[in-house]
Design a protein. Structure first.
Length: 493
């Protein structure tokens, strides 16, 4: 595979694609969404064979993938994401004469996206990172995941055909396979940003490569997360389905979700027998591929072998002739002191159907404990009664969760991430290499950079900054004569 040719094609497409009129680019994304929906039956059949995921799960994932493309199309047409700002020249500006300055967000250039294994549609070839990069106006190169190569190739054919039919520039979308090719492109100076969803180990390696280039580039890696959940005494007493809901979240998709709750903290006197009952009814589920299966076996053995661990649901791992692993949920119990003492064995993410229940005696100690053990997470969750939430006793805990997590939930379970304008799917390291969101419309900002034009003639300004505003985007304008004092530095729309 000629990575130089691929990078060159992406670079040639960068300027023409960036200058594509918003409605044309939006129409292209909708065309991709329509094409994916039309090919869903064929694609889902391939995905089931390659990943072992259930048809119902994959059907919902295709729907999510096409819908997020349509959502980004709406964002493009709206134009507010460009954050166009205009400061008219003002000789009487309070801190000295002000020139005409206009700022807008522009595409960073070609983006390299490393597809994920556990979401063969929503975080893969046509997934959220890809949709955000294309919506931003960036040519895209996707490095296919080795866990579903046939699906990656077929999805790429669908995407490329739809973009070409919509009139998008040649080179705006390309697929590569193989680790060496992915690394070669990440080192290529023509690639201007990277995205990744996967393990902490691989994500760190790739992030280091991106940072060590002669011209470093931003690298948005979504890595591991243990997503702790805290249940108060009131919640345990009043939520009869609490433990069943926890087990369902742990077991869903065989625990191969980045938002799976890895820890549930409960009062020391909580009744935990329902966990074993709930686990006994969960059928075995295939893990995504042999590599992930082996890693889960090793991780499970480390947890079960740690001192002070009590097994609530033993689970099992079965290996077939093709080296595929099939697992049922494993749930263990420890106390806070054991978790602290054996953190090396217990705190690492278990990518699969395994979770740890932690008994605590002092609820007031939870904020400090959380900050100590869980410095960066995609999610953190609180289960509490309305009275406990309103009387102020949980303020310190919620503050700790907000400081260390991208999404804080009150009730419910973190698995299942809505694709919305307000969603945040990120968090401080080690949840991500760069704290940004890879889900929701704010994800587009990762692939944009601010450019200011000072004293530029109208003919040389980009369309979003011109006075005639041919793209019809929102413009935040600070007119001359509105700067008599510091309080007048705001703008008007």
């Amino acid at each position: 595979m000629d990575t130089d040719r691929i990078a060159a094609a992406a670079a040639r497409a960068a300027r023409p694609f960036a200058e594509t009129e918003p409605r044309a680019r939006a129409a292209a994304l909708v065309a991709v969404a329509d094409a994916l929906d039309a090919a869903a039956g064929e694609l889902i059949a391939i995905a089931m064979r390659e990943t072992g995921l259930a048809e119902a799960r994959l059907t919902g994932e295709v729907r999510r993938t096409s819908n997020q493309l349509r959502l980004f199309a709406e964002v493009i047409v709206d134009g507010a994401y460009l954050d166009a700002r205009i400061d008219d020249a003002d000789p009487g500006y309070v801190i000295g004469p002000r020139p005409d300055v206009r700022r807008v967000l522009e595409p960073v250039g070609p983006v390299l996206n490393f597809a994920a294994s556990n979401f063969p549609f929503a975080f893969s070839v046509a997934g959220g990172d890809s949709a955000a990069a294309l919506a931003a106006g960036c040519p895209l190169v996707v490095k296919a995941h080795s866990g579903h190569p046939e699906l990656s190739r077929r999805t790429a054919e669908v995407v490329a055909s739809a973009l070409a039919a919509a009139g998008m520039p040649e080179g705006v979308f390309q697929l590569v396979e193989g680790q060496d090719n992915g690394v070669a492109l990440l080192r290529d100076d023509r690639i201007r940003a990277g995205a990744f969803t996967g393990s902490t180990h691989v994500g760190r390696l790739l992030a280091d490569i991106a940072a060590s280039r002669p011209r470093p580039i931003p690298f948005y890696g979504e890595l591991g997360s243990v997503n702790p959940v805290y249940a108060t005494a009131g919640a345990v007493a009043t939520e009869p389905e609490l433990l069943q809901g926890f087990l369902g979240s742990v077991a869903g998709s065989a625990g191969q979700l980045c938002t799976k709750p890895g820890f549930l903290f409960v009062p020391a006197d909580a009744e935990l027998e329902p966990v074993a009952d709930a686990a006994s009814g969960v059928p075995e589920h295939r893990l995504l591929n042999p590599g992930i299966g082996r890693a889960f076996e090793d991780r499970r053995a480390a947890v079960l072998g740690a001192p002070g661990v009590t097994v609530l649901a033993a689970g099992a791992v079965r290996v077939d002739d093709a080296e595929q692993r099939f697992a049922t949920p494993t749930v263990v119990e420890v106390d806070v002191d054991t978790l602290r003492e054996h953190r090396d064995e217990l705190l690492e993410e278990s990518f699969g159907p395994l979770s740890i229940l932690v008994r605590y005696r002092d609820a007031d100690a939870l904020p400090a404990l959380h900050r100590e053990l869980f410095p960066g997470n995609l999610t953190s969750t609180v289960h509490a009664t309305d009275d406990e939430l309103s009387d102020g006793r949980l303020v310190d805990l919620v503050d700790a969760l907000a400081e260390t997590s991208g999404r804080v939930l009150f009730g419910g379970w973190p698995t299942g991430v809505s694709v919305t304008g307000a969603m945040q799917h990120g968090g401080p390291f080690p949840a991500t290499t760069t704290d940004a969101t890879s889900v929701g419309t704010a994800a587009i900002t990762r692939f944009l950079r601010g450019v200011a034009y000072q004293g530029a003639p109208q003919a040389l300004l980009p369309p979003p900054l011109r006075d005639d505003n041919p793209w019809g985007v929102p413009q935040r304008r600070s007119a001359a004569g509105r700067s008599a004092g510091w309080g007048s530095l705001g703008g008007e729309y």
